[in-house]
Design a protein around this ligand. Structure first.
Ligand code: APR
Length: 228
C-alpha cells in the first residue's frame, strides 16, 4: 500500500515555524512582492536575502515535531512519499527518506547564472557578494511567486500513484501545488489533517481530521500502524 503525504506550512507550525496565512503568519508582516518574487530580488536583493536569512536562522532552531516523526515511522510498514510545499528540512530530519520539495529548500542556495548550480546554504546565511563558482551572485534555492515549479510533473506522478493521500496543514491557496490535493486516483482514500475549516467542495470525498498536525497525524499513524 502506498501512502503519499502532501504537506504545507501547518505541518511545521508545531515546530515553531510560522505559517503564511494564519494570524501572525509571514504574509502578515511582509509583502510577497517585497521578498518573494524575482522582481523583489532585482529591486532590493539585500531585503530578500535578509528575509530568507531570518527564516534559515529560525529553521536552525526548530526541530521535527510528532507529525514529522510519525510520517517517518510509517515507512516501517508502508511505501511512503512526501510531497511538500515547505522549504524546511524537518521531514528529512525526522527520517522520511523520500521528500519532494515543490517550492525549494531553505538549506540550499544557487547561482543566479545557472539554476542547476546549487550549494548548501552558508551557516551565516547569504550576503550580497557571495558568488557561485562562475562569479554569479548566489540566491536562495526557493521557487518565488511567478517562477515555474520544476518538480510539479514529478509531484503529479507521485500523487497519482497513491492508495492513500494524507494532506496536512495547507490552505490550498497556491497553485499549481494546491491542485495536487485533487489528483489522487479514483478509489484512493484522502484525508486532511488541519485544525481549520475544510473547504466545502472537499466534504464529499475527503475525511477531515480537525486537529493540529502534531496531534492528528500521530493518531492517524497509530491507527494504521498499531501503537507508536
Ligand atoms: N497543524 C496543522 N495545520 C495547521 C496548524 C497546525 N498546528 N496551524 C495552522 N494550520 C493550517 C492552517 O489552517 C492552514 O490551512 O495550515 C495551513 C497554513 O496555510 P498557509 O499559511 O497558506 O500555508 P501553505 O498552504 O503551506 O501555503 C502554500 O504559499 O506562500 C506560499 O510558498 C508558500 O508553500 C507556501 C504556499
Amino acid at each position: 500500500m502506498k501512502i503519499v503525504v502532501f504537506s504545507g506550512a501547518g505541518m511545521s507550525a508545531d515546530s515553531g515555524i510560522k505559517t503564511f496565512r494564519d494570524s501572525g503568519g509571514l504574509w502578515e508582516n511582509y509583502r510577497i512582492e517585497d521578498v518573494a518574487t524575482p522582481e523583489a530580488f532585482a529591486n532590493n536583493p539585500q531585503l530578500v536575502l535578509d528575509f530568507y536569512n531570518m527564516r534559515v536562522a529560525d529553521l536552525r532552531k526548530a526541530k521535527p515535531n510528532a507529525a514529522h516523526l510519525a510520517i517517518a515511522r510509517l515507512e516501517e510498514k508502508y511505501e511512503v512519499e512526501v510531497v511538500t510545499q515547505n522549504v524546511d528540512d524537518l521531514h528529512e530530519r525526522a527520517g522520511s527518506s523520500k521528500v519532494l520539495h515543490l517550492h525549494g529548500e531553505l538549506t540550499k542556495c544557487r547561482s543566479t547564472g545557472d539554476e542547476t548550480d546549487i550549494y548548501p546554504m552558508p551557516e551565516a546565511g547569504l550576503m550580497l557578494g557571495d558568488l557561485c563558482k562562475n562569479g554569479f551572485q548566489l540566491r536562495p534555492h526557493i521557487v518565488w511567486f511567478g517562477e515555474l515549479v520544476p518538480a510539479m510533473e514529478e509531484a503529479l506522478k507521485v500523487v497519482r500513484s497513491a492508495d492513500l493521500l494524507l494532506i496536512v496543514g495547507t490552505s490550498l491557496q497556491v497553485y499549481p501545488a494546491a491542485g495536487l490535493a485533487f489528483e489522487a486516483p479514483q478509489g484512493a482514500e484522502v484525508l486532511l489533517v488541519d485544525p481549520g475549516e475544510m473547504p466545502a467542495y472537499m466534504k464529499a470525498t475527503v475525511t477531515h481530521i480537525k486537529e493540529k498536525a502534531a496531534i492528528g497525524v500521530p493518531k492517524f499513524v497509530e491507527e494504521r500502524m498499531g501503537k507508536i
